[in-house]
Design a protein around this ligand. Structure first.
Ligand code: HEM
Length: 187
């Protein structure tokens, strides 16, 4: 009988610096919602025929989109006020690359969310329950706004994939605490 290989991630060792709980919660909640919104935006039209279920899931995309907007602002405010700053282990070129990636991730998140919100108003989309946004602006903007929103979302996902791959390289190849300090486990 062969035993299954198990993948375990140990908590950071005692005394190691980890992010505070607010930063960890906001980080993973934002990441999860962004992934779900991208999956909906990319595959919904191909998977479901027109109908109430598809319209309902689009509404969930718009509602959750506003939640993501609030989470990003919350994450930035939290990081600048009460969030824990961690020491930089190696301030070399890899750290500069990581900082540039974070900047680009935030920039793209703002672009995706900004274009999504503009698109939602131009369309006057339905939100939760019987609430709908007022239709504002020129309806001719729908198409280009959807295309730009989708393109920015795809670039965001490529960068997020690179960001996640880097965290896994830190953990599995370099065996440092970079990934563990962003995990919701007590050191
Ligand atoms: C970062 C989070 C988000 C991601 C990853 C995302 C992703 C996507 C994707 C991939 C599409 C399909 C684009 C295409 O067909 O080319 C889409 C469509 C759309 N999104 Fe988002 N989105 C996000 C946030 C938002 C927000 C905040 C809003 C506004 C509240 C929004 C409103 C819309 C609208 C109105 C559409 C067009 C729906 C339709 O074609 O009927 N999105 N989104």
């Amino acid at each position: 009988m062969s035993s299954k290989p198990t993948v375990t991630i140990e908590p950071a060792p005692p005394g190691a610096a980890t992010y505070d709980r607010g930063t960890i919660a906001l980080h993973w909640l934002t990441a999860a919602l962004v992934l779900i919104l991208w999956l909906i935006g990319t595959f919904l039209e191909d998977l479901l025929p027109k109908g109430t279920l598809r319209t309902g899931i689009w509404s969930a995309h718009f509602d959750a989109g506003f939640v993501v907007a609030a989470l990003i602002v919350g994450l930035l405010l939290w990081r600048r006020t009460r969030g824990r700053s961690l020491p930089v282990a190696d301030p070399g070129p890899l750290h500069q690359l990581a900082k540039a990636t974070y900047g680009a991730l935030y920039g793209l998140l703002f672009a995706v969310v900004g274009l999504g919100i503009a698109n939602a108003f131009v369309r006057g989309v339905p939100l939760v329950g019987s609430i709908a946004l007022p239709q504002l602006g020129d309806a001719a903007w729908r198409r280009p706004l959807t295309q730009w929103h989708g393109l920015a979302a795809n670039i965001l996902m490529v960068l997020a994939l690179f960001h996640a791959a880097a965290a896994l390289v830190h953990h599995y190849l370099w065996h440092d605490t970079i990934l563990r300090r962003m995990l919701p486990v007590k050191p």
